[in-house]
Design a protein around this ligand. Sequence first.
Ligand code: NAD
Length: 468
Amino acid sequence: MKQYTLLIGGERVATERHADIRNPSTGEVVGQMPLAGKAELDRAVAAASAAFAQWSRVPDGERAQACRNVADKIAEHAEDIAYLLTLEQGKPLNGLGSRFELGGALAWTRYTAELSLPVEVLQDDNEGRVELHRKPIGVTGSITPWNWPVMIACWHMIPAIRAGNTVVIKPSPLTPLSTIRLIEVMNEVLPAGVVNVITGENEIGAQLSAHPGIAKMSFTGSTETGKKVMASAVETLKRLTLELGGNDAGIVLPDADPGRIAEGLFWGAFINNGQTCAALKRLYVHDSLYDQVCQALTDYASKITVGDGLDEKSVLGPVQNAMQFNKLRELVDDAKAKGGRILLGGDPQEGPGYFYPVTLVADVDHGTRLVDEEQFGPVLPIIRYSDVEEVIQRANSTSFGLGGSVWSADAERARHYALQLECGSVWINKHGAIQPNAPFGGVKQSGIGVEFGAEGLKEFTVSQTVLS
Ligand code: NAD
């Protein structure tokens, strides 16, 4: 079985201890993750710090070119990274799976390579001249989750290096191998120490986010862990971008056409098996078309093939891990006990593999865990409502605020209600459709700061005002 190594200062670094990484479709070991300790972490931060001294002074155009070179390398190795991603994450190679994720990683890398933050002249007159410069921060730490590990790694790292910072990344212990491979590939075209990877259990994440040599943390994961990262940033006042959990509402207005919206609703909720931060996690449907929407969704969802990620025919794979699988089982059992009506699925097979069927649950409401909590899996609660103003209040009655959507034949009407949703991104007649030029982030307890575009790039800089 292949033993992977850390990559620090451009060199492969072997560790004494390893942990098995398993395929969620079969339970088989697919590789061994190196278990880094504090010494390796210190070494990675030191390497990134040494590299920062040069990298931060590289002319802007050369850094842009380096990011383009990274994109070319990702494109060259996309198929082998996608294969490894499927092996450890479970998502299918095909459809909106691993190849799609690599396509996303590439698109964001190419877009971000072309961004720049030129000096802004705020005043230039007889009274004086005021310039606003954007400077890199230093060594940035990146902690990523297991749902979209390669794409999220690029969201953290590419703007960081584009702006002149260096990176120590720590992927999820459930999906570390594709990130190690990504860092190897990036190191083929970047100076040593600009990007470094350490892997290990959660504790190494806590050590990274508390490390005094890290100037900024990019964290994507659960709200609970995000709060710990924020707490550990206090001592050195680290800059933070936190992309956390969500419980996105989708609201179907009475004038929507059930047949036309079913496919969009399905993929809004079930992309990556629902294991997506900004997936549609609570669907509110007006009483006048509730039964038609339930039927149209059931018709569409019942055609989806769930299977081993390596099978080219699979449209969805297993959920990623036992904790998720058990959580889904609990939430659906609770919904059934509270009168929830299972339209599809709801009855998972025993292993091998964490296969949870596509599940639609009707006639549930607030007060049911499936509605109140983030399920993060292929189970969608469908809630009936009769008053649009009131449903907006209910949709907003959560501490989360990542995404939301409104579905209607009348785009202006949808926009009117969309603006009332308390969330960082809101979609009309689609859900979760992120793009590299649209700033993305959460309000309330779904996060701090934004990623993507010039707004996201600025978060990897500190400003310096020059007055003369
Ligand atoms: P998680 O919080 O369990 O883990 C995320 C990362 O944090 C992992 O790398 C983990 O090893 C690390 N970690 C764990 N304990 C830590 C600690 N004390 N200090 C520092 N790091 C620590 O989340 P997960 O289960 O991997 O991911 C699922 C969650 O992520 C969901 O809530 C989902 O909504 C959220 N998510 C949000 C976005 C977004 O952009 N807002 C994107 C993807 C996922």
